[in-house]
Each structure stands twice: as C-alpha cells, then as structure tokens.
Design a protein around this ligand. Structure first.
Ligand SMILES: Cc1ncc(COP(=O)(O)O)c(C=O)c1O
Length: 444
C-alpha cells in the first residue's frame, strides 16, 4: 500500500464490497487482539489515508467524511499546515515532561486559551491527553477548591470512561455495567431536551424544559437528597454530544449560573465535543452568553493529536505542587498541533463552520419536509443532529450512507450526528445531502 496523500475528490468512490478484502483481514486481526469493548457501529470503516474531508480505506474506496473521527479532525484530515507544524516540532523536541521541566509551548498555549475560553480571565490551564482526563482534572479541582464532594450531572451526558468521569456519564447502560457503584457522589437530573421534554407541566411552568430542569434542581434535589452547600459543581455539556446532539435551551446555562452563584457551587462546562469552533463560535457557551468557572476541552483542539485541557479561573487553580500533573499532557508536538489548529480556526474555519453549517442545516430541514421519518433537525454550526422516528431506522440509514460513501455516525438512540471537518464546503454539503436523501429513501 502506498503512503501518498489521496487526491482531493469531488465525490465518494466505492469500488469493492464493504469492507473489502484488505479491510476484512484487519477486522479479523482486530477481533483477535484488540479490546472488544470499543463500541463500533455496524458499518465497518478500515481507514488508510485521509486528506481534507476525504478518507480512503485499505481497499481504495474513497469516502466523504462527515464525522471527522468523532468531531476531532477539525481542520480536516492531515491539514498541510498542521502536518508541517507537527513535523517541525518532532524534529526539534518531542517530549520533555512538563511535570518536571519547562518548555515554551505550555505557557504559549495556556496564554492563548486564556484569551479565547469563555471562563473569565485570568485563568490557568492543566494539560491532559484526552477528554476524560480534562474532566477528571475539573472534578478534582472542584473538590479541592470548594472542600465539597457532591456533583450534579445530567442524564444522557457523556464525560468519559475513567472512574471519576464515568460517575457523571449516563448516556448508555453499557458504559456503567459491571463497574459497581459510581466512584463519585453524583446525582443526575434529566437534561432539558426541548424535543423530548422530560419534565411535567408543573415543573416547567411557562419556562419550558429549561425551567423544568432548574426547578428539579432547586425544588427536588436541594430539598431532598442534595443540600446545595455540599455540592462542589454542576457539570454540563452546552450541547449534549453522545446523548444525541441536543443543544441546551436558551436560558438554561444562565439558570445554572444563577444557581451556582447563589450557593457557592462551581459551573463546569464540558466543551470536549462542542468546543473549538464546531458550533460556529469558538465555544458553544458563547451561544448562551455564559461564563463557566471551569471548561474542559479536547477532541478538536489538536486536529487529531491527543491533547486535552482543563481551563479554570486562576483563583480556583491554586493547588500545590503534586496535587495534579501528567507525564505526557501538553507534550510539545501536541501543543504545536493545537496552536496551529487555533490559528486556522481563527483564520476562517469558525466562520466557515457557521456559514456552511447554516447551509447544511437548511438542506437537512428541506429533507425533513420530504421524509416523515425525520422528526427533528437541531444544533449550531457544524454540530447538527437529525433525529429519526426509530432507533432501528437510524441505524439502517447510517449503514446505507456508508455503503454510498458517506461517513456519518449515530449519537444517542435515534439521532445521526453531523460533525464534519470545519473545512467542509457547500459543494461537499450538496454531495452529502444527495447521498443522505438517497439512503433515507432506500431505508423507509
Ligand atoms: C462531551 C465529552 N466529554 C468527554 C469525552 C471523553 O473524551 P475522551 O474520549 O477523549 O476521553 C467525550 C468523548 O466523546 C465527550 O463527547
């Protein structure tokens, strides 16, 4: 197999049955030797090369990627400027260990994050390797800073799979099964999903699902199981990701901010999936005009290199040496990729996510008029969810898209997420929508 970059395509090109013969061999080896707990979907992509929005598999099939390695390849696959930044950095310094030594990259990225995060400056940043580690850091920090140990999270949320973040995660039973009681004292509240409002009319009053959730926290939790003075933090996704691409209702985050301020509780916003330009603003919080105390970042910040960050108000992150650190977190190569990624995001990709996202959303809404099975189209920028009438139909449509060369992935039970690279063009959207339409028609 050659190592050359694939030429940018105009349309997907599927030449073999999927998976093809080379793909099948890799899947067999994987089944024998690799952790079987990876929750892979029913369609099977065996990737070999990526370029922009295009991915080629090991059998020479070319796909239009509208998932970006689960919302990670924000600048597209192997963006030449990111590749160059990584190559130059690897030739200079790959690792030094920020827990014990200094290098320019850490303060450089931390200073940049201070300027762009929705947390009020001054901030401090802990560098991690993944989303779950960024969340672990936030949880530890909240306990350390408040001296409290209870947390409030939301049903259908996903914050990671390590034991602390797993205590918050509640999007699927399989993520929890077999791991006994949760490590942290977390109580879950229904997420104010406006499309499937879980609250009673009495809870909602005239404020809809948002008021329902706030009322639940103040009138039920605080008055029964969870005294507010014992709560370290409320942890929330501004747009629920794995739970089904569900944006928070308009006033919800502001309501949480008010509750936190009234009771000395910290507001932690997990922007691991929704951050870094995906929603058409640098952070999804900006759509809600809210300032968290701590924000968790990963996925799209490194264009595919593993880097996470927990950015907190500087007065909160005043713990002593040894309280929290990481051998690899914020390694110079990953930071070089992150700095270049942010430059590209600010240089036009966030704007593109807003513009092309609006174009994609309009196209999806048109398909909703055409196909009764589409029940909801929602989201911001290039973080869009399309909810179908049944989970089974959603799964078949996901596979039918793949067979036609379009990579999209489910989220939650009934929803297909659109999380393409932020370099997606309107021309790409036209191709993707044509395939999506055809796949839906073939499945109903
Ligand atoms: C909102 C959110 N938080 C945390 C995580 C965990 O990130 P990681 O898989 O990098 O640990 C994810 C992953 O999907 C996520 O979507």
């Amino acid at each position: 197999m050659s190592t050359t970059v694939i030429a940018p395509a105009k349309r997907p090109e599927i030449k073999t049955a999927l998976p093809g013969p080379n793909g099948k061999k890799i899947i067999e080896a994987d089944a024998k030797f690799v952790n079987p707990a990876y929750p892979r979907p029913s369609f099977k992509l065996v990737a070999e090369r990526g370029n922009g929005v295009w991915v080629e598999d090991v059998d020479g099939n070319v796909f239009l990627d509208c998932n970006a390695g689960v919302a990670v390849c924000s600048t597209g696959h192997c963006h030449p400027e990111v590749v160059k930044a990584i190559q130059e950095q690897t030739a200079q310094l790959i690792h030094m260990c920020g827990t014990d030594y200094y290098y320019r990259h850490m303060p450089q990225l931390a200073e940049k994050l201070d300027a762009i995060v929705p947390v009020k400056s001054p901030t401090r940043t802990h560098f991690a390797n993944s989303g779950t580690e960024a969340v672990e850091t936030a949880l530890k920090l909240a306990m350390h800073a408040t001296g409290r140990e209870k947390f409030i999270g939301f049903f259908n949320s996903f914050h990671g799979r390590t034991l602390g973040s797993l205590s918050l995660t509640s999007s699927k039973a399989a993520q929890r099964k077999g791991f006994k009681r949760q490590a942290l004292d977390v109580v879950h509240v229904p997420y104010p999903n406006e499309f499937r409002n879980p609250f009673s009319a009495a809870d909602c009053g005239d404020g809809g699902a948002s008021q329902g959730a706030l009322h639940w926290i103040e009138e039920r939790l605080f008055k029964t199981t969870t005294p507010p003075e014992e709560v370290a933090a409320i942890v929330v996704e501004a747009v629920q990701g794995e739970g089904g691409y569900v944006p928070a209702p308009k006033d919800f985050l502001k309501g949480l901010r008010r509750i936190c301020d009234e009771h000395g509780i910290l507001l932690i916003v997990d922007e691991v999936q929704s951050g870094m330009g995906r929603t058409g603003k640098m952070f999804a919080c900006e759509h809600y005009d809210v300032h968290p105390d701590i924000v968790c970042i990963a996925k799209g910040i490194g264009s595919g290199l593993p880097i996470g960050a927990c950015v907190a108000r500087a007065d909160l992150m005043d713990w002593k040496p040894g309280a929290h650190a990481s051998t690899f977190g914020g390694n110079p190569v990953c930071i070089a990729a992150a700095l270049k990624t942010i430059e590209l995001l600010e240089g036009g990709l966030i704007k593109n996510a807003a513009e092309v996202g609006a174009y994609l959303k309009a196209g999806l809404e048109k398909l909703q008029q055409k196909h009764d099975c589409i029940k909801d189209v929602r989201g911001f920028g290039l973080m869009l969810g399309v909810e179908f009438s049944t989970a089974e139909l959603r799964d078949r449509i996901e596979s039918a898209c793949f067979e036609r060369g379009l990579i999209i992935l489910g989220a939650g039970t009934h929803t297909i997420r659109w999380s393409p690279p932020l370099i997606l063009t309107k021309e790409n959207v036209d191709v993707a929508l044509e395939i999506f339409d055809d796949a839906i028609a073939a499945c109903i």
